[in-house]
Design a protein. Sequence first.
Lengths: 117, 241
Amino acid sequence: MLLGRNSEGNEALNLNGTVRNEVDSGIEHGDVLLRFSDAAVGRSDDLAAAREALSVAMGPDAVVDCAATIANFQRMVRIADGCGIPLDPFSREESAKWRDGLGIDNFRSRGNTFSQA
Amino acid sequence: MTSTAAMFSYADTAWPVLERTAEAHRRSWDMLAAPGEWWTGAERISIAAECRRASALVDGLPDPGPGPAELPEAAVFAIHKLIGDLPNVTHDWYDETISAEGMSDARYIEMLGVVVHIWSVDEFHRALDIDLEPLPDPIPGEPTQVRPSGARAHGSWPQTILPEDLHESEADIYGGMERTSNVRAAMSLHPDSVRWLTDLFDAHYLSWIEIQSEQEPFRVLTRPQRELVAARVSALNECFY
């Protein structure tokens, strides 16, 4: 849901690009930001190269900022899923327009978010 | 005693980490070491140590070893679940966990607070290939065992406190706002975890003031770039919310 809410007013962001690598996110340097994110969260062998690619494209300050953003959301998702935070009725209804197309309705944690809404 | 004042020096790393980030990490270690409401300082250090054991297990790395205090079996299991098997955390599992010996809803939330904050600081280090900071020595003292009296069932699995139900001892946790985010409210059964969440959120992402304005003086990534990364991290964790 986060990605849908955050995309409001941000016409450049292609939601499909946030979950599918083959789709351009529409965000400047989105490719290197997502490569670094994938490598950091997925613990892949690509991490060092992904970090370097981001640094070359945007500079070392951006690498630090991106690492902090990744660290922040590695935390937030565990709070959300560890507490079963429900989705409010408005977001539930609005997100139905695009949820299915992104495949996130298949996430197991959907049941936690919807069970009490 | 290991002083946190000497910790989190990023001067020798390859990365220009802001001092405000380093300060927030030091405050995190101070909070970790102190006795909480439901766990001693030694137990909180052990929760952090177990968090690192869980991460090492997932990553196929050597076991870094347990912390100084023994934890309830259900707590150890929960920590490993929250780190390595998040998509399969369910309401039934939560109910079983808080009902287990040595656990309660309040102990779960304080434990979760320790897990997610240590995990977040460690993840920052891992992403930048910086060695993990050693865990601090525990500060002696007993848990206060004070449960916020305004906590009620409001939809999340644990009881939470609405802004209008805050009492004097936790009146600051939502920054004086009449509304708060669901994530902050979710941790409110342990008010210090909300304070910790806010402090590290400000350092790693955006302050609550920055979120509501266009002023982001410490940030390099644009807001759409950060939101792209945030959405991808959530999707990789299969976090529906």
